[in-house]
Design a protein around this ligand. Structure first.
Ligand code: ADP
Length: 373
C-alpha cells in the first residue's frame, strides 16, 4: 500500500486517482503528524511525501520514521515545488529518502518510479523469504544431524553395557569352572543368557527402525489366540521379574487376526516399560476386552507417570523424557516401533498418565481382517 502525505487535498486527490487507476492501493494523510500515526499502525511499501507542509515538513517526517521498525522496508519519494534547490534535494537523501520528484508532478514519471519501487520491494521480499526458508532448512539439517549423533552415542552405550556384563560373567564362569562349582556356574550362565537377550532385543529394535525407514517392515498376519499369547508372555515376564506383580483382568477365547510376533513385541514393550518406570513391589494391571469388533489391550502401572505434554511426544522416534532419561536406560525407539506395528494393524495406540501416579498404555485393533489400504 502507498501512503500519500500532502497538506493540499487537491494534490492528494489527483495523485490518488492516477495510482488507483493503475491498481495500487492508496492511503492518505493531510499532515506529517497524521502520517506518523498511520505509519505506526500499518506497513507501507512506499510513502509519497510532500516536502513543504505547515507543521512537520516532509524531511522531519522522514527522519522520524527512519527509526520505526515497521517502516524499515518502506521507500520514500519526496515531492517538492519546482523552486526546490539542490540543498533541499541533498537533505532529502540524507534523511533516508530514496527518490525525488519536483512539482508540478509529471504523472508518467511518478508512475514509472512507483512501479520500480514496487518491483524492488517484491524482489527483496522474495529474497528475504528465500533466505528465511534456506535458514530453516539448514537448521533442520543440523537438528537431524544432532539427533543422529546423540542416538549413535546412546545406542553404543546401550550395546556396551550388556557386553561388559557378559565379559565379566564369563571371567567369573572360568573361575567357577576351575572350582567345579555347578550351582554357581548355572546361575552365571543364566545371567549371561539374560544379558544376551537384552542385546538381542536392542539389535532387533535397531533393525526394525531401519526397516520402518525403508518401508520394509513385513507383517505375517493370521488368526491366533490373543489370550494364549498373553498368558504365555505374562508367565515369562513374571518369572524374570519376581519383584513385581502382574495381574490380568479379562479373558476371551476368540481368535483374532494379526501378526502374532509383532503384537507380542508391543505387549512386551508395554510391560517392560511398566516394570522399568514403575516402583518395585507394585502391581501391574493388564486388561483385555472386546469393544465392538475390536480388541482393547492396556497395561497400567503405578510409577513415575508423565505430564500431558510428554504424552503427546513419547511415540516419536528417539523421544525420551529428559528429566528421567539419566535415571533409566533406553533408546526411545520402543514406542515408535509399537506405534508403527499398531497402525499397520489399522488400530490406535495411546497413553493416559498422571505424573507420580502412573501410566496406562493401550492399543485397540480390529479383531478381523480389514482391507489393506
Ligand atoms: P525407552 O524406554 O527405551 O526410552 P520407549 O520408546 O519405550 O523408549 O519410551 C519412550 C519414553 O517414554 C521413555 O524414555 C520414557 O521417558 C517414557 N515412558 C515410556 N513408558 C513409560 C511408563 N510406563 N511410565 C513413564 N514413562 C514412560
Amino acid at each position: 500500500m502507498i501512503l500519500i502525505v500532502d497538506d493540499s487535498p487537491e494534490n492528494i486527490i489527483s495523485l490518488q486517482k492516477v495510482l488507483e487507476k493503475n491498481d495500487f492501493e492508496v492511503d492518505t494523510a493531510l499532515s506529517g503528524e497524521e502520517a506518523l500515526k498511520k505509519i505506526l499502525k500499518k506497513s507501507y511499501v512506499l510513502i509519497i511525501l510532500d516536502v513543504q507542509m505547515p507543521g512537520m515538513d516532509g524531511f522531519e517526517v522522514a527522519e522520524a520514521i527512519s527509526g520505526y521498525s515497521k517502516a524499515k522496508e518502506t521507500a520514500i519519494i519526496f515531492l517538492s515545488a519546482a523552486t526546490a534547490n539542490v540543498k533541499l534535494i541533498t537533505r532529502g537523501y540524507s534523511s533516508g529518502g530514496l527518490d525525488y520528484i519536483s512539482k508540478p508532478v509529471d504523472m508518467n514519471i511518478l508512475l514509472l518510479k512507483v512501479k520500480t519501487f514496487y518491483r524492488i520491494y517484491e524482489q527483496s521480499r522474495a529474497l528475504n523469504e528465500m533466505q528465511q526458508s534456506l535458514r530453516e532448512e539448514i537448521e533442520f539439517r543440523k537438528e537431524a544431524e544432532r539427533k543422529k549423533d546423540e542416538f549413535i552415542s546412546i545406542a553404543s552405550h546401550e550395546l556396551k553395557t550388556p557386553m561388559t556384563s557378559i565379559k565379566g560373567y564369563i571371567q567369573l564362569l572360568e573361575r567357577s569352572l576351575d572350582k567345579d562349582d555347578k550351582e554357581t556356574i548355572r546361575k552365571r550362565l543364566h545371567k549371561v543368557q539374560n544379558q544376551i537377550e537384552k542385546l538381542n532385543i536392542l539389535i532387533a529394535d535397531l533393525l526394525d527402525i531401519s526397516k520402518i525407514e525403508s518401508g520394509k517392515l513385513k507383517f505375517n498376519k493370521k488368526y491366533f489366540s490373543f489370550n494364549n499369547l498373553l498368558e504365555h508372555i505374562i508367565e515369562i515376564m513374571q518369572q524374570s521379574n519376581p519383584h513385581v506383580k502382574i495381574l490380568k483382568k479379562g479373558n476371551f477365547e476368540a481368535q483374532i487376526y494379526g501378526d502374532e510376533m509383532r503384537l507380542e513385541q508391543v505387549i512386551i514393550n508395554f510391560i517392560t516399560n511398566a516394570i522399568k518406570y514403575g516402583p518395585d513391589g507394585e502391581e501391574i494391571h493388564i486388561t483385555t476386552e472386546m469393544r465392538g469388533d475390536e480388541i482393547y489391550f492396556s497395561v497400567r502401572d503405578f510409577g513415575i507417570g508423565m505430564s500431558e505434554e510428554h504424552q503427546k511426544k513419547i511415540f516419536e522416534k528417539f523421544y525420551r523424557i529428559e528429566e528421567t532419561s539419566e535415571r533409566f536406560q533406553g533408546l526411545g525407539i520402543g514406542l515408535y516401533i509399537c506405534q508403527e506395528i499398531i497402525e499397520r494393524h489399522h488400530g490406535k495406540i495411546g497413553a493416559n498418565s498422571v505424573p507420580s501416579e502412573g501410566s496406562e498404555f493401550y492399543f485397540q485393533i480390529p479383531a478381523h481382517p480389514k482391507k489393506e489400504a
